[in-house]
Design a protein around this ligand. Structure first.
Ligand code: FES
Length: 129
């Protein structure tokens, strides 16, 4: 099916462009797990951090880390289906890293923590989404 192959190529190309746009400041990153496992809410506000250039970071995606917003390896025991987002930056910058773990722009806050499903949920629990 050449049409289907062409269409899937366009989707892949669009996804690549989107990824390049989204992570234009990020030098490299790993992809989040695609499993259906849901993170717990670590915080209901973002974490302000000073990120350094070329330093490897691992943003906690599961919400269980005791070193928020970064991974401390707890996901291996408490959420083995979820992996941290590993990234490095070309340039140092101040950033607000997501604490609720439901951002659509990881590792950065996109304001999702203001939504009811986060604000009405218990800390360290999975929200009803
Ligand atoms: S402890 Fe949360 S992703 Fe590693």
């Amino acid at each position: 099916m050449p049409g289907l192959r062409k269409a899937s190529g366009l989707v892949a190309s669009a996804a690549g462009s989107f990824r390049r746009l989204f992570f234009s400041q990020i030098r490299s990153c790993s992809v989040l797990s695609t499993s259906s496992a849901k993170p717990v809410i670590a915080a209901k506000e973002p974490f302000p951090v000073d990120l350094q250039a070329r330093k490897p970071y691992a943003w906690c995606a599961c919400g269980h880390s005791q070193k928020q917003p970064f991974c401390d390896g707890t996901h291996k025991k408490n959420a083995p289906e979820i992996s941290p987002l590993r990234f490095t930056l070309e340039e140092a910058k101040k950033a607000w890293l997501c604490g609720c773990k439901y951002t659509k722009n990881p590792p950065y806050c996109d304001g999702t923590h203001k939504e009811d499903f986060v604000q009405k949920a218990d800390l360290h629990a999975q929200p009803q989404v």
